[in-house]
Design a protein around this ligand. Structure first.
Ligand code: SF4
Length: 352
């Protein structure tokens, strides 16, 4: 029995994960080996939808610019979005900033120690809260991000549909029952890191390396020869598509017209070229005597999580005195790196 009075569904699991992590897990990433919740939180948020290789650079730049939660809270949101530019999922950056402000103003600059309290902060969900609390403070709480869900569903042979809330809750319960039961200050950080490492390096979505897996002897899916059948999730998010026309207006000196996007909506809070739903709308926004010189560039696709954006850039040179829309302005190239630009807009401008 574990501390919650639940029977351990896979006896010996936690000890094996902890042992394996110490020897074979990822122990050299820059956010590892530190109990500093600021660093762990920052890495967890960055890793939510982004690969480790991409996060490494951003993490280093972020820490250099904002070495602690006070520095981040004191920054303007535009500075934060500019540093985040290219990582995508910009609501993460907005929540990151809002969370830093709350930690400083409501908690005196110290992160709360329990997962329950951490979860009340902006952008910190149940799994992220558990990662911070277990890694930094040794709390006995389970994470269940996408990778870990796959590892545990396979190991347990958990075949219920995780699109159903009750089944998801049942898997959280099982995940909790599997946690280490003693020496939590030492075991919990390693265990949490270990299940994440298993999902990222061994129990891969398409080709799990079961022969190299430290828990193969316990794994129900392995015994059944059915690793690919787990986890079960029936409800698929429906992808949508949207076409947008981008007005790439520039002056003779190369300054570009940019305006901060409204919230909510596509690229909320970022600085973008003016966006239109149709070419006709775009042309109508160009002063009449310059319409003949608009020049359509090849369209391209930009993929967001649940949406494909079909982007149609249209270029035109305008006099610097032109004002296209309230709130916008001409920005010379020297200012672009300091602005939060959506990745495809930045790419367009840089390619020139
Ligand atoms: Fe995943 Fe295979 Fe290990 Fe089971 S034995 S946890 S399916 S890698």
């Amino acid at each position: 029995m574990n501390p919650a009075g639940k029977r351990d569904p896979l006896p010996g699991w936690a000890a094996q994960v902890v042992r394996w992590q110490a020897r074979h897990g990822r122990n050299h990433l820059p956010w590892q080996g530190t109990p500093d919740p600021y660093r762990v939180w920052l890495s967890e948020v960055m890793l939510q939808q982004t690969q480790v290789a991409t996060v490494l650079d951003y993490y280093a730049r972020f820490l250099q610019r904002f070495p602690d939660v006070h520095a981040l809270a004191a920054a303007g949101i535009d500075d934060v979005l500019a540093l985040w530019s290219g990582l995508g999922y910009y609501s993460r950056a907005r929540n990151l900033h809002a969370c830093a402000v709350q930690v400083v103003h409501r908690h005196g600059g110290t992160f709360p120690r329990s997962a329950a309290e951490l979860q009340s902060l902006p952008g910190i969900g149940r799994s992220t809260a558990a990662a911070i609390a277990s890694i930094c403070f040794g709390e006995r709480v389970a994470i269940l991000d996408g990778n870990v869900r796959r590892v545990l569903a396979r190991a347990l042979g958990f075949g219920a549909d995780l699109a159903v809330g009750a089944n998801e809750r049942a898997l959280w319960e099982q995940a909790t029952a599997l946690l280490p039961q003693r020496d939590l200050a030492r075991a919990m950080p390693r265990y949490t890191q270990g299940v994440m490492d298993l999902g990222a390096t061994v129990c891969l979505p398409r080709q799990p390396a079961c022969d190299a897996c430290p828990v193969a002897g316990l794994c129900v899916a392995r015994q059944q020869g059915r690793a690919q059948d787990y986890p079960v999730r029936t409800r698929r998010l429906k992808r949508t598509a949207q076409s947008l026309w981008l007005l790439w207006a520039h002056t003779r000196d190369g300054a570009v017209w940019l305006r901060q996007r409204p919230t909510p909506g596509v690229w909320a809070g970022l600085y973008s070229l003016e966006l239109f739903d149709s070419e006709a709308d775009l042309v109508a926004a160009v002063p009449q005597h310059h319409r003949a010189s608009v020049h359509a560039l090849p369209a391209f696709k930009h993929v967001l999580t649940h949406k494909d954006l079909h982007l149609h850039p249209v270029r035109v040179q305008l006099p610097a005195r032109t004002r296209l829309a309230p709130g916008g302005a001409w920005h010379p190239a020297a200012q672009w790196p300091g602005l939060g630009l959506p990745a495809p807009v930045r790419k367009l401008l840089v390619q020139g």
